[in-house]
Ligand binder design. Structure first.
Ligand SMILES: C[S@@+](CC[C@H](N)C(=O)[O-])C[C@H]1O[C@@H](n2cnc3c(N)ncnc32)[C@H](O)[C@@H]1O
Length: 266
């Protein structure tokens, strides 16, 4: 790992440790797409499942439910505060799945240890995506399945449009993948077969702009916002409130999000 990659991981870890309390605040976009990812992975009772970049368990908990009491689910996470919050939630729910602190690019599991490897909205943060894919494939049994998601239009998408309109610095991390073909090529290059990438959309209801604002601040957008001065932040809030008016319905503001769900076989 070179210095740049080490620096990016340290930044990612600090960022997610800082936003853990507000993570997936509001309508629960990550929880929704976590359930969708676990569903398309074709998980069967009794299987062994690894969830990479677990966050607070959006994918982990549905996966644990699908493998049932005879199965085994484990998660890994770079940010220790995220892992701690997920493990507390597991205890609260009475789920035996655990999240260990580990790097997705250096998996501490033997070859062929899992039937399914899942990764929800994690790959954009990995500095060496090819290495991560090689690791995901290594720990899968032959014939085992990988399921991973990225954003086509992310849950902070309106924010992004406001940034562009105000000519502020684009907030995406360098590894963002939003095109199905690019995701498909990454998986094929790693040696996966039967690669299938599909777009999956959902509209999410926010009580008001404040709720959307707080939710967007608990995403990767936080870093971009924190880099602005007070005047710029106010301009962003005003522009966001104007855009929100177009999406206003009687019971709240509806913003769409579209995930890319990829499934592939080892
Ligand atoms: C957007 S969150 C997604 C979390 C969860 N999968 C979900 O769907 O809600 C991305 C997560 O990836 C984790 N992450 C980033 N780089 C990682 C790495 N190299 N190894 C393990 N986890 C990583 C972050 O700490 C963060 O919790």
């Amino acid at each position: 790992m070179n210095d740049d990659q080490t620096g990016r991981k340290a930044q990612t870890r600090a960022q997610f440790n800082a936003i853990v309390a507000d993570y997936d605040f509001g309508p629960g976009c990550f929880a929704h797409f976590g359930r969708r990812l676990a569903a398309v992975a074709g998980i069967e009772p009794g299987q062994r499942v690894l969830d990479i970049a677990s966050g607070r368990g959006a994918v982990l908990f549905p996966a644990a439910e699908l493998v049932g009491p005879t199965g085994y689910t484990v998660g890994i996470e770079l940010a220790e505060e995220m892992a701690r919050a997920a493990n507390e939630e597991a205890v609260r729910r009475g789920v035996k799945a655990q999240v260990r602190v580990m790097d997705a690019e250096l998996l501490e599991f033997p070859d062929g240890a899992f039937d399914r490897v899942l990764c929800g909205f994690g790959i954009m943060f990995f500095p060496d995506q090819d290495r991560a894919m090689a690791e995901f494939r290594r720990v899968l049994k032959p014939g085992g399945r990988l399921a991973l998601s990225t954003w086509s239009i992310d849950q902070a998408g309106e924010f992004k449009k406001v940034f562009v309109a105000l000519e502020l610095k684009a907030p995406e991390p360098p590894g963002w993948i939003s095109e199905p073909d690019v995701l498909s090529q990454l998986l094929t290059r790693a040696g996966f077969t039967n690669v299938d990438v599909r777009a999956d959309s959902q509209s999410f209801r926010y009580a008001d702009v404040e709720e959307y604002w707080r939710q967007a601040r608990s995403t990767g957008f936080r870093r971009a916002l924190d880099a602005l001065d007070a005047v710029q932040v106010e301009r962003v809030r005003t522009a966001l409130a104007e855009r929100a008016r177009q999406h206003q319905r009687a019971d709240g503001i509806y913003f769409p999000a579209t995930a890319l769900l990829a499934v592939a076989t080892r």
